[in-house]
Design a protein around this ligand. Sequence first.
Ligand code: GLN
Length: 321
Amino acid sequence: LQGMNTIEGENLDRWVKQCRPLGTKGRCAEYIPALGESNLLDLGICIITPEGVEIKSGEWDVPFTLQSISKVISFIAACLDRGISFVLERVDVEPTGDAFNSIVRLEMNKPGRPFNPMINAGAITITSLLNGESPEQKLHSVYELLEKMIGRRPTFNERVFQSEWKTANRNRALAYYLKESGFLESEVEDALEVYLKQCSIEVNAKDIARMGLILSQNGFDPIQKKQVFPKEVAKLIKGLMMTCGMYNASGKFAAFVGVPAKSGVSGGIMASVPARYEQETLFQMGCGIGIYGPAIDEFGNSIAGVELLKNLAGEWDFSIF
Ligand code: GLN
């Protein structure tokens, strides 16, 4: 396995080099002004196996904000806090095929239960369900789970938070609509504060690779050797990641990469490669993959990151199908 580290590391370097120029074809998420300043040509990746082997390339250690990847964490935390059935009564598990911040279906799907927790309407609802009254208490659930998964307390990017807080008109509109239809268990501003603060938690590609690894082992952390959350919750969120995790490009991602993944507009992709027993593959026991590439495509996914994953899925036969 140590040998694999160097041979496959060279392989990875080659793919990163090949995909990096794609960054110029995308844009940073300028609707959050602070994210507009990222370097379009950054591309980093970290793969972690259950044995603890780390294969890294490019800007894997550049910090970036979780953005929508935090939706996975808050969903798991809400399930731990309130139970799966309570959570699913308030947010459905159907993909929409609409943009992540779309408002159109809320009124169509009367009485307004959001379609899934991976779109903003669903994620804002989920944050309101977390244990505690105040935004601080609710955020505590998110931080606690994250710390257990990545083994340290992540930093917080106040600048990104302030930048989005001031420009979050569409998320405010979603939250007001949800409040009016009775799905929000907090006040609008409190729910938004929790949601936008969880989006501004700062990690790197290695951190999200660890998260992807724990998901791939159904909630068991093979590094710290402990069950972080129940298998039942892991299966549920992986189903959601597979069908909704890459927004309205989830179908293409399932077809051409074929593993559960979650992206964020800051350019992160957390992918979880499940164990495969039917044939010998390099990552047969599964692995977690973290990617950072801040230039995003029209769907809000890292343009070079998706291409990198497509190539790796082909080379190492990742697809679960
Ligand atoms: N904070 C971002 C938003 O609400 C997260 C969206 C994303 O990563 N897709 O718009």
